[in-house]
Design a protein around this ligand. Structure first.
Ligand SMILES: *Cc1c(COP(=O)(O)O)cnc(C)c1O
Length: 404
């Protein structure tokens, strides 16, 4: 019932769209409950277990009674130091302890960075295809997401020209997610340098989501906008975390590094909302960052094998085109040649219809590209066993052959 009271609930939060990946996940889960064997390529998390030495560190934290509030709210000193060392080791970037914050997952780091930089009415530029969360976080603080289309010609990457055209007097920040979820695209140093010139010219901030830094293939190099120049480092907030690299999604540890004044505001917002991330998880993250890194490479090699398998099988399908992604754990094939045809008697008008058809007919769950702002594609995660992938691709091939 609408009353004067509930009609005045937060307009900002009401403007946030629910996650479109939830709908397909819910449908797949419902089918599975009915006993239908559905292969989910819709999830965005590693299928590996968290490495043992990381679990041991958390167990030790429990046994030693490291189960109380921790201080400071921005993260325990050993973890901030581990993060600082990681930036030196992997990125050649120096950050002092007050330029680093530990948060409750990288998604939380992104939300706090957005809240720290944007005022109501400000604009953040987000290139397509984008992770579903990017466009919604600015709305939480009354700011706007400005979506910039990219094209297949530029490998679904933002160009300086397109960026320049999208900038208005309200633009405050540009989002760069490399390696990209969902496309797997990786920005080169030259591409970042060219974008960086526009960013410097307009004095903007950069929000760099680098959560897939370690999942990178074919000798591609991960480069952060902060590495391009000290001027750009001063304008870049890097967000990273342990979820994807160390198969630690449930531990909820992400971190950010950036200009001191921005980090200080993120710290203030964090301390007045969640206080600090879990004490036990922080100890696990210290072990992840400081411990042996060989498991990261083992997982990367397995993802790489699956990536090549998926791209080969997809490109062997009539009317499907898939670029070889250089990062993350998704393939993002273009399936638009199926639009306007019919599957199981129903019209296939867009990527949502294709995903519905694949779920009903092949019992494989994929995410439609419309969820990421490009209509021609579907996203498939290969963070699942090779056995599942082989079966999924066999079933998809059969289902697509039946399309009239
Ligand atoms: C998974 C993911 C995150 C969130 O990571 P958490 O640390 O688990 O919150 C952030 N950005 C992108 C692009 C992701 O795919």
């Amino acid at each position: 019932m609408n009353t004067a009271r509930n009609q005045r609930l937060s307009g900002y939060i009401q403007s946030v769209a629910p996650s479109p990946t939830m709908a397909i996940t819910a449908k797949a889960a419902a089918l599975r409950r009915e006993g239908v064997d559905v292969i989910a390529l819709s999830a965005g998390e590693p299928d590996f277990d968290t490495p043992e030495h990381i679990k041991d560190a958390a167990k030790q934290a429990l046994d030693e009674g490291f189960t109380k509030y921790t201080s400071p709210p921005s993260g325990i000193p050993d973890l901030k130091q581990a993060v600082s060392r990681k930036f030196v080791r992997d990125n050649g970037l120096e950050y002092a302890s007050d330029e680093i914050i530990i948060n409750n997952g990288a998604k939380h780091s992104l939300a706090l960075a957005v809240a720290a930089v944007l005022n109501p009415g400000d604009e953040m530029i987000i290139p397509t295809p984008y992770w579903v969360t990017f466009t919604e976080q600015p709305r939480l603080v009354g700011a706007a997401s400005v979506i910039v289309e990219t094209t297949a010609e530029t490998g679904l990457k933002l160009t300086p020209e397109a960026l320049h055209e999208a900038i208005t007097p309200r633009t405050r920040m540009v989002l760069i997610n490399s390696p990209s979820n969902p496309s797997g695209a990786v920005y080169t140093r030259q591409e970042l340098a060219a974008l960086g010139e526009v960013i410097l010219h307009h004095d903007l901030y950069v929000l760099g989501d680098e959560i897939y830094e370690k999942l990178i293939y074919d000798g591609a190099e991960h480069v952060s906008m902060a590495q391009i120049s000290p001027d750009l480092q001063a304008r870049t907030i890097i967000v990273n975390g342990v979820s994807k690299t160390y198969a630690m999604t449930g531990w909820r540890i992400g971190y950010a590094a950036g200009p001191r004044d921005v980090i200080a505001l993120m710290d203030k917002a964090q301390s007045q909302t969640i206080s600090h991330p879990s004490s036990i998880s922080q100890k696990g993250a210290v072990a992840a960052l400081n411990g042996p890194q060989d498991m990261v490479e083992t997982m990367r090699l397995e993802y790489d094998r699956r990536r090549r398998f998926m791209v080969e099988r997809l490109n062997a399908l009539a009317g499907v085109y898939c670029d070889l992604p250089l990062g993350a754990f998704y393939v993002y094939p273009d399936v638009s040649s199926y639009f306007g045809r019919t599957g199981a008697g129903r019209p296939l008008a867009d990527s949502s219809d294709i995903c519905d058809y694949l779920l009903d007919e092949a019992r494989v769950a994929c995410v439609p590209g419309v969820a990421f702002g490009t209509s021609s594609h579907i996203r498939m995660s290969y963070a699942t066993s090779m056995e599942n992938l082989v079966q999924a691709m066999d079933r998809i091939a059969l289902a697509l052959e039946k399309v009239a």
